[in-house]
Design a protein around this ligand. Sequence first.
Ligand code: FE2
Length: 202
Amino acid sequence: MVANKNETLLFFPTVVREVQIADSEKLNEQIDVGIERIRKSEPNSLPETWSCDLYTTIGSPTTLLQHKEFEPLREVIMREANEFANALELEVARFPLKFTECWLNIYGEGHAQEVHHHSNAVISGIYYSKAPEGSGDLLIHSPYMDIMLDPPTRKPNGLNVKVMPVTPKEGKMILFQSFVKHSVKPTRGTAERISIAFNLTM
Ligand SMILES: [Fe+2]
């Protein structure tokens, strides 16, 4: 006789991978050199629809990865994105991941980012090269945000709330499926919060 198997099944969860990159101090030293050169030579490509005046190279014709200082980061992103894709059981052996875009974001005091997702990509992510005290959290929004009720909870968690925060930390990488909605809380203080964001397709 087969015993009843009682289970709580998690269908369609929002999958987020958080990784602390080993030797990130060394990686960041090299990245910092590239960042300084880029911010001096590339104009701010801030989209008109963004409400804060942060510095970004999003949508600029030259991808950040063309700069030699970002070669080690490119490898780290590829390694971690493949780990993430494997966890999702994506067929990366036949359809390898490839970059569609990679850009720099420098947040100053009060800078935030409205809710958005990344179109035309499969996996997106963010790497934090500077995350001083007061850096705005990344907020991951539930896909059920617009239809969820707010029942009382014993303990808020990713199964019963609409938004989950992720605190930036230097050397931390966050990966998620590109359709996942996210936003950035305002940064407090004048120290810069620097992130490198990327999109990959297959
Ligand atoms: Fe984003």
